[in-house]
Write a protein that binds this ligand. Structure first.
Ligand code: NDP
Length: 257
């Protein structure tokens, strides 16, 4: 009875930023649970590699190139996806960037705007366009990727732009959850800590940087993309049927203090 609630048979999931990292791991998790998965990424090369890995594993996987900052493209892809793949039951709005680290006093307009455009605007464009279809059907689960940096300022890094964008993702998630709860669409977020993907992997291995991060992490280690994918599966599935507007912190304890 309980394990059945994690099953996604007959459902279709659309995942952004899924050419690698957390998005690709989530595609594996959703597909293993029985879903058809549609991965998207801005990079055609990453997308082709990711799709190959999923297909080699025998999954019902498809790929669509999408830059989440282009709201017209997001709308078109969301509309087309319903025709091409059937109703999209699950959206994992996950695409994001983290770099460069820049002190607030030195941050240029371009650096600030690019961060907000990808990490916050891109999440909203996806929630809006896929959410409309879910609301029409009265059913859907949206998961966004926030960050522990949306909860705390994460002092070892100088990332006011990243922190602000991720705090925005958390509050966007809670706002849409409140608006859509009575109409059958749940919206939840994951707040990962340091996860050993391309995004943070290089930093974790820089002496004097990675060890500072890990010393501040109570569990003393970084997470894996698969550990975040497990949380995404929980939130995407009926196992979390009572949750909406939740921010699940998966950071090895980093934000405790
Ligand atoms: P990765 O860099 O491994 O994967 C992110 C993917 O998103 C890349 O394939 C990237 O492609 C893609 N992407 C970037 N910009 C866009 C865009 N405009 N449109 C579509 N796709 C885009 O990082 P993670 O898997 O680690 O990160 C996934 C999410 O998790 C992000 O939102 C990140 O902020 C969040 N997160 C990650 C943490 C970590 O420590 N790794 C910690 C907390 C949160 P490309 O390389 O071509 O830009």
């Amino acid at each position: 009875m309980y394990l059945e609630k994690y099953r996604l048979n007959g459902r279709t999931a659309f995942i952004t930023g899924a050419g690698r990292g957390i998005g690709l791991a989530a595609a594996h998790a959703f597909a293993e649970a029985g879903a058809r998965v549609v991965i998207s990424d801005q990079s055609e090369v990453l997308l082709a590699e990711g799709l190959g890995i999923l297909k080699d594993a025998g999954h019902d996987a498809h790929a669509v190139q999408l830059d989440v900052t282009r709201s017209d493209d997001v709308r078109r892809v969301a509309d087309d996806a319903q025709q091409q793949f059937g109703p999209i039951d699950i959206l994992f709005a996950n695409a994001g960037i983290a770099w460069p680290d820049t002190g607030g006093e030195d941050m240029t307009d371009d650096v600030w705007l690019r961060m907000i455009d990808i990490n916050l605007n891109g999440v909203f464009w996806c929630c809006r366009s896929f959410g409309r279809h879910m609301l029409e059907r009265g059913r859907g689960s949206i998961v966004t990727t926030g960050s522990m940096s949306g909860l705390i300022s994460n002092r070892p890094q100088r990332q006011a732009h990243y922190n602000a964008a991720k705090a925005g993702v958390h509050h966007l998630t809670r706002s849409l959850a409140g608006e859509w709860a009575a109409r059958g669409v749940r919206v939840n977020s994951i707040a990962p800590g340091y996860i050993d993907t391309t995004m943070s992997g290089a930093g974790l291995r820089i002496p004097g940087l990675g060890d500072v991060w890990l010393e501040a992490t109570p569990m003393g280690r970084a997470g894996t993309a698969e550990e975040i994918a497990s949380v995404a599966l929980f939130l995407a599935s009926d196992a979390s049927s009572l949750l909406t507007g939740a921010i699940i912190v998966a950071d090895a304890g980093y934000s405790i203090w």
